[in-house]
Structure formats: C-alpha cells, structure tokens
Design a protein. Sequence first.
Length: 157
Amino acid sequence: MRSFEKYYQNGDVKQSGSGRKQMGSNTGIYFRVQGVRDFCGFYDLTWKKGTTGIMSQKIPGHDKYADIRFTEEEFVKAESFIKEKWGLDSDIYRWFWIGIDSCARFGALYNMDNDYTIQKNAAGKSIYIMTAHETKTEHIRGGKWVKYITREDTQKH
C-alpha cells in the first residue's frame, strides 16, 4: 500500500473515467486501503486496534476543526449584531442560536421541527428538548438525536 500510495500521489495510477469524481490524494488512498482491509477481514486477516501508518484507517480531515471555538466576546458580538440587524424574532436568530445550542448539522437543523417539550432542571431553569434527524447517523437510533436548548433568549424566541 505504501508503494501504491507513492504511485497514486505522483499521478501514475491509471483510473477509468467512470465512477466517482476525482478525489484528493488522501481520500483516494483511504478508500483503497479500506478495500484492502475489508478484503483481508473477510479472510480473518485483521489489524490490531491502534495500528498506525497507511493501514490505520484514520479518516482524512476528521476532527480537522475540532479546536475552533467562539470566545465569549464573539458570542456577545454575534448576538448584538443579529438582534440589531434582524431582531430577536427572526429566522437568522433562530438558525444561529438553535444551531449553536444543538450542534446539529445543516441538514438536520434545516429539517428540524419546531416542536419541543419543556423540562425543569434541579435549579428550576427551563430546558427545551427538541429532536433532530441526522441522516449521517441513521444507523444509530434511526438518526434521531435529542437536542437541548438552554439559552433563555433562544427559548423566548
């Protein structure tokens, strides 16, 4: 696989024009390694967990932006900007803050129903409980994920 990776990255691998569009080098190698691992797995030839290198199956680009966070100051700026420009009762406000609170992907947020149940926590604060359907994770609980909306202004809206 290491030799193949070198050929692939140099553009020396001949590919048919059918099938998927041209992939980036990391993605292309990932899918080929996955094929080799699946084939070997069928014959009970597997790799130990924690294997590194080309056969590790580390997903390219996974967790690439996990360290990016808004600071408290940026949240305040965003809130005041949205309130001034579009108001508290706007779709922009709803999209932004429900998106932040729920961490739902775009498709799930876009198709999310406006139904919710209200529950009180131990301190007596309200928590709005909503459901989002994540198509990416349909294999887990049918893609249904419970989302908690805790910001008071988002709840008022």
